[in-house]
Design a protein around this ligand. Sequence first.
Ligand code: IMP
Ligand code: MG
Length: 181
Amino acid sequence: MMNDDIEKIVFTEDQLKAKVAELGRRITEDYKDAKEEIYCVGILKGAVVFYTDLVRQIDLPVHFDFMIASSYGNGTSSSGTVKILKDLDYDIEGKHLIVIEDIIDSGTTMNYLMKYFKERKPKSVKLCSLLSKPSRRTADIHIDYCGFEIPDEFIVGYGLDYAEVYRNLPYIGVLKPSVYA
Ligand code: IMP
Ligand code: MG
């Protein structure tokens, strides 16, 4: 079973649920008087589990949009280049953008995407990331809504993958070294 590949649990389902509720409350409070439309932009595929939980904790009318950006191959370190495999469906000019990401690691992906979004002249752009690994950062990224800061450890679950597997684990954990071998 998938559970057998996990060495330790980093965040339980309950911890994730509480954090997502807290982030949803903060976003609701911050945008409750917004006059322009709010677009929640999820970065696929890693953010999809967090995204679907988070948007249900935002008590405001929001639009859904998604991008697919890739900076990683099937390994555990960044390739340094970012490819846009799926662009936004909507024109975001004049809208409030909330970018929803699973994890900011080196920051390469988000650095690229933030420039890309800002060129499209939204009214505002904020970043919400469930996780952040500050010790790995090479790009200067401001996270407006950050769930947890974590050490430099490769984790899986709750949307995060290793070689495209383990995204459907309901918690976040560290893989046993034997899985990589
Ligand atoms: P960055 O461009 O280095 O910030 O990488 C961001 C992307 O790398 C994330 O959206 C994830 O897809 C992936 N990533 C970074 N760290 C991890 C991890 O610990 N587990 C799984 N994926 C990760
Ligand atoms: Mg990702």
